[in-house]
Design a protein around this ligand. Structure first.
Ligand code: NAD
Length: 491
């Protein structure tokens, strides 16, 4: 594939934007231009919506046997496995994350396509016990229709896979819009979907900005469902725009996730995992365990150990095998992280490590920020409340189980959280009270396609992955058949 020119895929054709405008795609490690992407706008989005509408209303996809749709999606998984290395390198070029992380992402993505391909013909409906004599009552599932899908830049293809695979196996047609700054793996996976035999018009790719392409997908009345992963403020705008025709809505928004460590936890493992919980992909993970909440009696020792290890994290080029943490995505994002940490310091947080850009000469062209630990944090601080989406841990202390739970829940978000303790009864008591879509016990940031993913509170609406991830893309129809119809003679 020629990574220098990234086209859109509309109605089965690779096309430039109507306006012929383009956007430079930048490598966050060195700011080099790695590709030139078509920059679509409302007109491109409308063309894609028309193609998807026609393919849904007049094409065969929605009535193709589910088993056949599943076979096509299995092929997409096969091709992702075949082209794993190329995809991983594209993802790392685009996002700056280490190639090793991207390889792991590609394995996860293949298994997402595989999981939904397997599910394709296993959710056909059911007969229910009708209370009416001589009748048949059945519940069937049908595709929702035309789906608009909008993805973020942090896990570009992974987030896309959670949307593309379930929409396809359930017989919908779709238009997806990646983040304008990370389109490369979306383009490549569309080549793979074309190769696998997804018919023209069924899956469409429009590149471009949120304010144009994204807004059109959200507000166009020919779109029946909008599935969005991204920030909370964008989510609110989409929710408002989608009300125009009461679209079905799935929102995967941000998180400010607590990682609660009790004194009886396996200390070394909890320290190690507290780092993994945040510093993977430079903290740009919606479920990052950025709020570390430690029991008072082990607080100082835990922080000391953590700081010692964090100082050794090696930043650098994601293509260098020794690199452990890459840059953040863009200058804009780096500026936000700098301002966010500075605000925390002004509010009284103490810097244990980091809180600045690195000095190393070889990192000066990239958007690097040092892994940072702030102690003395309290719930009223901006750094504890707002999602920073960078390599930053805030540390809070607690002395009782009740206090730990109260701190963990003290957020407008409710995406995920973790509890570290060897007392299983205590873990279960905490989990029962933690208001989050995923809670890990003695684990952090683990997910797999079989289990649903999504948030309580302002972290979103709906669930991706698992059986619920399929149901997002289905309408439910009750079909009642009277086997002995007779006049009622009421009137
Ligand atoms: P963002 O909200 O800025 O952008 C996400 C997408 O929305 C992009 O494609 C963007 O172009 C588009 N967009 C922007 N304005 C729009 C508008 N007015 N109408 C329609 N679309 C618009 O988010 P981001 O900075 O790309 O991603 C980071 C955010 O994503 C974080 O808040 C993170 O927590 C969240 N996220 C959540 C999950 C999850 O599973 N809950 C997963 C990954 C990322």
């Amino acid at each position: 594939m020629d990574i220098k020119k990234q086209k859109q895929y509309i109605d089965g054709k690779w096309v430039n934007s109507f306006s012929n405008e383009t956007r430079e795609i930048i490598n966050p490690f060195n700011q080099e231009v790695i590709a030139i992407a078509a920059e679509g706008n409302e007109k491109d989005a409308q063309a894609a919506i028309n193609a998807a509408r026609k393919a849904f209303d007049q094409g065969d996809w929605s009535t193709t046997p589910a088993t056949e749709r599943g076979q096509i999606v299995h092929k997409v998984a096969d091709y992702i496995e075949r082209d794993r290395e190329e995809l991983a390198q594209l993802e790392s070029l685009d996002t700056g994350k280490t190639v090793e992380e991207s390889r792991g992402d590609m394995d996860d993505i293949a298994s997402v396509f595989r999981y939904f391909a397997e599910m394709a013909d296993k959710n056909g409906g059911e007969l229910i016990d009708s209370p009416i004599p001589n009748s048949i009552s059945k519940v069937v599932h049908e595709p929702v229709g035309v789906c608009g899908q909008i993805t973020p830049w942090n896990y570009p293809l992974l987030q896309a896979s959670w949307k593309l695979a379930p929409a396809l196996v359930t017989g919908n047609t779709l238009i997806i819009k990646p983040s304008e700054i990370t389109p490369l793996t979306h383009v490549k996976v569309f080549e793979l979907m074309e190769e696998a035999g997804v018919p023209a018009g069924v899956a469409n790719l429009v590149l471009g900005a949120g304010a144009t392409v994204g807004a059109e997908l959200s507000s166009n009345t020919d779109v029946d469902l909008i599935s969005f992963t991204g920030g909370i403020e964008t989510g609110k705008k989409i929710m408002q725009a989608a009300s125009v025709n009461v679209k079905k809505l799935a929102l995967e928004l941000g998180g400010k996730n607590p990682n609660v460590v009790f004194a009886d936890a396996d200390f070394e493992t909890a320290v190690d995992q507290a780092m993994n919980a945040v510093f993977f992909h430079a903290g740009q993970i919606c479920s990052a365990g950025t709020r570390l909440i430690i029991e008072e009696s082990i607080h100082d020792e835990f922080v000391e150990k953590l700081v010692g290890r964090v100082k050794n994290i090696k930043m650098g080029d994601g293509f260098d095998d020794s690199t452990q943490m890459g840059p953040v995505i863009s200058q804009d994002h780096l500026d936000k992280i700098v301002a966010y940490v500075d605000q925390g310091i002004k509010e009284g947080a103490k810097v244990e490590v980091g809180a600045k850009r690195p000095d190393a000469p070889e990192l000066q062209n990239g958007f690097f920020y040092e892994p940072t630990i702030l102690t003395g944090c309290t719930s009223d601080m901006t750094v504890v409340q707002e999602e920073g989406f960078g390599p930053v841990i805030t540390v809070e202390k607690f002395s009782t189980e009740e206090e730990a739970i109260r701190l963990a829940n003290d957020s407008i978000y409710g995406l995920a959280g973790g509890v570290w303790t060897q007392d299983i009864a205590k873990a279960e008591r905490c989990v029962a009270k933690m208001r989050m879509g995923t809670v890990w016990i003695n684990e952090f940031n683990l997910y797999f396609p079989h289990a649903p993913w999504g948030g309580f509170k302002q972290s979103g609406i709906g669930r991706e992955l698992g059986k619920l991830g399929i149901e997002e893309y289905q309408e439910t129809k009750h079909v009642f058949q009277n086997l002995r119809p007779e006049p009622l003679n009421w009137f």
